[in-house]
Design a protein around this ligand. Structure first.
Ligand code: BV8
Ligand code: ZN
Length: 246
């Protein structure tokens, strides 16, 4: 399943970078962007996850995020999340870069996470961007911002919006420095996150993809492992635990 090269590289790696996408949370029961049903059957995520859609119909977009938050709050991290938390104890440096907004890596015990696209559990004013505690989980809109009257929105990065200050720089720094770069559970379609594996490879990292199917990235990696992250990652950490001596 895993190449000798990868297993050897894991033994001596001093820095591993990991980019995760919705596929890592799929086995927890969180729908991915592409196979989702419900609201997502009728709308493409790009049509909902953007500021114009929110301003045009704040109730619809808020309902979509409330529904997603309800699903996320009802699930648990899966063995894939936990294996990624374990790896951080087996390798001197692991940088976990996630596109996911569900907070499941944190709940699985991972630390030092770079959340490229924000976090659905945080809410901010769309005008002055102060953080707002949700008054109650409801379909209706939260009351407007008490300091400026702006609409309250989830603290996630929408299409056409810039990533959080410093997040992409930190992710790029890890891609430049790492020995092994994993792209796990992402369709590798959304930029600038999708550019990270190429950056890593150009700087000498061994790039590994883990996905249940081939993606736009698959022809541009050193090793493409087809299978569910929740199964392959624990197998990988088991091999790592067997042989790592330091
Ligand atoms: C920006 C948060 C600067 C919200 C999301 C070139 C350069 C820069 C920008 C662009 C560019 N070209 C186009 C753009 C614009 C755009 C973009 O990339 N568009 C795409 C559609 C072409 N990018 C942006 O707008 C970004 N901003 O660049 O700012 C700027 C500013 C102004 C003008 C120009 C530039 C912001 C993008 C962030 C959008 N926010 N999420 C929310 O969650 O609601 S995107 C969202 O979809 C995710 O966060 C993720 O990033 C993205 C893709 O999702 P994936 O995680 O990959 O999930 P997906 O469902 O697609 O795939 C799941 C995969 O898992 C599948 O491959 C499946 O096979 C696999 N899988 C399933 N089960 C399993 C599994 N794998 C393993 N195990 C399993 N069990
Ligand atoms: Zn405000």
């Amino acid at each position: 399943m895993f190449s000798t090269h990868l297993l050897n590289a894991l033994q001596t790696a001093r820095h591993i970078a990991v980019l995760t996408g919705a596929g890592v949370s799929a086995e927890s029961g969180v729908p991915t962007f592409r196979t989702a049903d419900g609201l997502w059957k009728r709308f493409k995520p790009e049509e909902l996850a953007n500021f114009d859609a929110f301003m045009a119909d704040p109730e619809l977009v808020t309902a979509w995020y409330n529904e997603r938050r309800r699903i996320i709050n009802s699930v648990e991290p899966n063995p894939g999340h936990r294996a990624l938390a374990d790896i951080a104890h087996l390798v001197p440096a692991v940088t976990l870069i996630t596109q996911n907004v569900d907070g499941l890596h944190q709940r699985a015990g991972s630390r030092d996470i770079i959340e490229l696209h924000g976090n659905i559990h945080r809410n901010i004013c769309s005008r002055c961007r102060i953080e707002v505690q949700l008054e109650m989980e409801s379909e209706v809109l939260q009351p407007p911002c008490t300091s400026c009257g702006g609409l309250i929105r989830p603290d996630v990065v929408w299409f056409g919006e810039f990533l959080p200050e410093g997040a992409m720089a930190a992710a790029e720094k890890a891609a430049l420095d790492c020995d092994i770069f994993f792209s796990i559970g992402t369709s590798a379609l959304v930029y600038p996150a999708a550019a990270l594996p190429a950056t890593a490879r150009q700087h000498g990292a061994y790039v590994v993809e883990i996905n249940t199917e081939r993606t736009a990235l698959s022809d541009h990696v050193d090793e493409c492992l087809i299978g569910p992250a929740g199964q392959l990652l624990p197998m990988l950490t088991d091999r790592l635990k067997e042989n790592r001596t330091d």
